[in-house]
Design a protein around this ligand. Structure first.
Ligand code: AKB
Length: 321
């Protein structure tokens, strides 16, 4: 991996991955793209291009212009927004992915795109969900994720494109808000804990979902992309997870740092239904065996780091205002 084009760089993953790759591979070797430009380090501190992923010719032109050898395709709608706008979700998630795979095929690029715990459905075994199992999701997000997994496998077996990918759990980070996901409560809760010492959860008590802190997610992308292909039995859609918890457990972890933190519930039926259709905990043993996936952050370690870094960020933001 020498020169990398990334789509959807202003999203939750892209904004951190871009900075990490610029650091590791050289600023001049990472081309960040998104459909909009904002005043941010991603846009201002390295190469940045506007790109609408539904326009294949523009993507191809940019990949050729910068002579990239790797394409990381992140642009997509998350689960709750996709449920509200299913036709747009299909057009963007599938159309964008198909364009990106075609660009990778035409230019012989290494390719990464994320799938999600959303690719599973109510019929999937909920605990220790195996790598290879029943996938009949009941959301449009899930439909696009399963189709995307299959498409990536197809491009590898049919055309030899070096496709790789993981099924991300809910990702928790302090740099950029996720925006439109079902697991977003586990990010919002830290903001509200620092701002108000209280949080009203839109996900109900007892609802377990897999989660991961962003540094582990970024490490996973880089490690899988650099992994020796001869070890990969699977290529795409590796189950990965660092922890599984329900709202009371993240609240209890926050109380170890902010003892008077309070939480109550006002459950959002749409996002609760999505969460109920997803597994409680994934089995990540294939990722561990095939490319040494090894997350560092458990719930308490993440809570400490998140509260410390987020407090600094909120303080800086208020100084800037
Ligand atoms: C979402 O909640 O939609 C995402 C995901 C688990 O894919 N965070």
């Amino acid at each position: 991996m020498k020169k990398i084009l990334i789509t959807g760089c202003l999203g939750q993953i892209g904004s951190e991955l871009t900075m990490r790759l610029r650091n590791d591979y050289g600023t001049e070797n990472v081309i960040a793209t998104d459909i909009r430009h904002i005043d941010s380090p991603v846009c201002n501190e390295g190469l940045f291009e506007i790109l609408d992923v539904t326009n294949k010719e523009s993507m191809l032109e940019l990949a050729k212009k910068h002579e990239v050898d790797t394409l990381i395709h992140l642009a997509a709608l998350l689960s709750a927004v996709a449920e509200a706008k299913p036709q747009l979700a299909w057009d963007l998630n599938m159309g964008g992915l198909m364009n990106a795979l075609e660009v990778a095929r035409e230019l012989d690029l290494k390719f990464f795109t994320p799938s999600s715990i959303g690719s599973f459905g109510p019929g999937t075994p909920a605990n220790d969900t195996p790598q290879d199992t029943l996938q009949r999701p009941t959301t449009m997000y899930g439909v696009t994720k399963v189709a995307g997994e299959l498409l990536c496998d197809y491009y590898y077996t049919k055309f030899g494109v070096d496709t790789r990918g993981v099924r991300f759990p809910g990702l928790i980070s302090y740099t950029t808000l996720p925006g439109g996901g079902t697991t977003d409560y586990a990010v919002d809760i830290y903001y509200e804990a620092l701002k108000k010492k209280s949080y009203t959860s839109f996900i109900g008590e007892g609802t377990y979902m897999d989660m991961m802190y962003m540094p582990d997610a970024i490490d996973a992308i880089v490690t899988l992309l650099e992994a020796d292909p001869s070890r990969l039995v699977h290529r795409n859609a590796f189950n990965i997870t660092a922890m599984s918890f329900e709202p009371e457990q993240i609240a209890a972890s926050i109380r170890k740092v902010i003892p008077d933190f309070k939480m109550d519930y006002d459950v959002d039926p749409v996002r609760q239904k999505i969460a109920d259709s997803w597994p409680d905990s994934l089995d990540a043993s294939c990722a561990k065996n095939e490319w040494d996936f090894n997350p560092k952050f458990d719930l308490d370690r993440m809570t400490h780091d998140m509260l410390e870094k987020l407090a600094k960020k909120l303080e800086n933001d208020s100084v800037v205002k």
